[in-house]
Design a protein around this ligand. Structure first.
Ligand code: C2E
Ligand code: CA
Ligand code: CA
Ligand code: CA
Length: 278
């Protein structure tokens, strides 16, 4: 039994070592990924249920790893956050999103909102707003079309700095949304204090909503909350017709999810929008 135990331990240790080597190599590669131009933004459409029109899109990062192929954020965002690399990556994301928005306008597209995910560490940088302002000037994007997706957890820390940053962003004309709404902070008073424009209902409430009566009640409650505060509401992760129906009848005004499209590279997104019919 003892021997067995030791073997088990050895296997476990070897596994851990492999794991950390793997992680170290990813980290090394991640440090080089920006200058090697390996990141790409994919775009997922957002549809307004009243008009049926595509009214916006969320930018979602992808990494073309030279050996591992196309990686989604689950494979590298955590490492990027732990190493602080998310600050540089996040800056690239904002700048690339603005550049692409302007490129679409040049191609003759009607402007539509572009939403960018902001990571907590990035948001807490003391020069975050200056950096954003710089990108706005450089790309000449109309900030009314730019939206930052923040998470509730950001409002738990260092309130003064958070309030200042939010107001500064709002003064720049940027829209603010709360991502994954309903999964984090339970004290909702921050909604009154801050210049928030939209809530994104977390996809866990939409998934299989027809089989989970409690989720219907939660979504309806969030809808009522959003209405009373004049906030727009996006339902995320809408995959099926049934989920779309429920999101709509619960009062959600915007939807996003595989039911319409997966996130797509810019060119494919352009084609998708051209061919889209509600
Ligand atoms: P998120 O912001 O909540 O984004 C939604 C995620 O759900 C995306 O995964 C999207 O591809 C996926 N999704 C969209 N529609 C559906 C659907 O109908 N069903 C299901 N099951 N999933 C759907 P993705 O692209 O893998 O991104 C995962 C997370 O990584 C994002 O969650 C966000 O937190 C983070 N992330 C993505 N891009 C960035 C970025 O540029 N910066 C930062 N800081 N984080 C990012
Ligand atoms: Ca998001
Ligand atoms: Ca989300
Ligand atoms: Ca999320």
């Amino acid at each position: 039994a003892k021997r067995n135990g030791r073997n088990t331990y050895r296997h476990y240790a070897a596994g851990m070592q492999l794991y950390s080597l793997d992680r170290m190599s990813l980290e090394t590669d991640l440090r080089l990924a920006i200058e090697r131009n390996e990141f790409e933004l994919y775009y997922q459409p957002q549809i307004a249920l009243d008009s049926g029109q595509v009214v916006g899109k969320e930018a979602l990062i992808r990494w073309h790893h030279p050996q591992r192929g196309l990686l989604t954020p689950i494979h590298f965002i955590e490492i990027a956050e732990e190493t602080g690399l998310i600050v540089a990556i996040g800056q690239w994301v904002i700048s690339e999103a603005c550049r692409q928005h302007q490129a679409w306008l040049q191609e003759g597209f009607q402007p539509m909102r572009i939403s960018v995910n902001i990571s907590a560490m990035q948001f807490y940088q003391s020069d975050f707003c200056d950096m954003v302002e710089h990108i706005l000037k450089e790309t000449r994007i109309n900030p009314a079309y730019l939206e930052f997706e923040l998470t509730e957890s950001m409002f738990m820390q260092d309130a003064d700095a958070v309030v200042r940053t939010l107001h500064q962003l709002s003064r720049l004309g940027i829209k603010l949304a709360i991502d994954d709404f309903g999964t984090g902070y339970s004290n909702l008073s921050y909604l009154r204090k801050f210049p928030i424009d939209r809530l994104k209902v977390d996809q866990s409430f939409i998934k299989g909503i027809e089989r989970e009566p409690i989720n219907v009640e939660i979504v309806k409650t969030i809808v009522a909350l959003a209405r009373s505060m004049s906030l727009e509401l996006v339902a995320e992760g809408v995959e099926t017709d049934v989920e779309l129906h429920w999101a709509e009848s619960s009062g959600c005004t915007f939807v996003q999810g595989y039911r319409f499209s997966q996130p797509l590279p810019a060119e494919k997104f352009t084609r998708w929008v051209r061919e889209y019919k509600y």
